[in-house]
Design a protein around this ligand. Sequence first.
Ligand code: NAD
Length: 360
Amino acid sequence: MAHRVTLIPGDGIGPEVASATRLVLDAADVGIEWIEREAGTVALERHGELMPEETLDAIRSSRVGLKGPITTPVGGGFRSVNVALRQGLDLFAAVRPARALPGVPIRHRKVDLVVVRENTEDLYAGIEFERGSPEAAALRDELRALGGYELREDAGITVKPISVKGTRRIVRFAFEYARTHDRRKVTVGHKANVMRYSDGLFLKTAEQESHDFPDVEWQEIQIDHLTSRLAKQPAEFDVLLLPNLYGDIISDLCAGLVGGLGLIPGANIGWEYAVFEPVHGSAPDIAGQGKANPIAMILSGAMMLRHMGEIAAAENVEWAVDQVLERGGVRTPDLGGASTTMQVAEEVATRVTAWEHGPS
Ligand code: NAD
């Protein structure tokens, strides 16, 4: 086999969209050896943890992972597994392309955006202090002593760290990405006028690093202004470079612009490892019913093929998805159809096999 890939089906609709994706990628026939490992509620029941160490080890060994969504149980004191995975493997860059696909009814036909999101810092760094805890009280005292800040006694606290090192690498990643993917512009979203020392640092570092990429246009925009511009004129934007929290929110906004969460793929990339996964979550409302749209995960698989150097196979899969969407007969309920997850996958896989004769 030419490639080893750790496959983590996840939970909720994860196993359904993962099987569908495996069917399509096997049809692309690039010699993938699948190493299947558990995570999420299935792993919690069997191993007592949401992200077992053996699953992380499998990714470290294969270096590439393809992952379905994982539920974060609410209220049990669980930290998001997804956040832990990205931090644990230092997958510092999330890449989430949102392009208008053929046959999907949307308002703005010319959308072709890529969100590049910093994945390890910011309010998602996991530095939190529970309301009423001794740690929260100690931090309140410290803040009073340091700067005269008075926090209410019943406040919960989340800390927002943004570093030069963390920002520099994501900025350089975004500009390199723009260069190698024939993109013209990088737009940095921030709220530096309010959060001067976190977003301000992000903006200043981005501005400094941009000098090394004179061939790529760059602009900065306040995040609130960006949301309204994206709603009205999304085609004006190209690569969006964002700190962690804004990147999460804007990715879903971009998903909405091109037809919904069932269509948006994603990649989490670090220096050593890469894990590909759809932007959507485990969708408990439709899990186990065969209604989940597998296209987001199939397109995540195409991103993975490109990352592994299988460019023709990646183009093949993307072309096959376009063909199926354009013809319109086979689609899941989120796109107004009545087909099942597996029927969509089988249709895409058939097109993938037909590619041998070239796009027609
Ligand atoms: P969600 O993305 O699971 O669902 C939001 C809505 O979109 C739901 O109505 C759902 O039915 C629909 N949807 C999502 N994916 C779809 C698909 N492929 N086809 C058709 N419809 C689809 O978001 P949520 O409900 O906020 O989160 C559910 C769980 O997933 C939570 O526990 C959350 O923590 C987790 N989550 C995991 C990831 C991940 O693993 N990367 C990402 C986001 C959320």
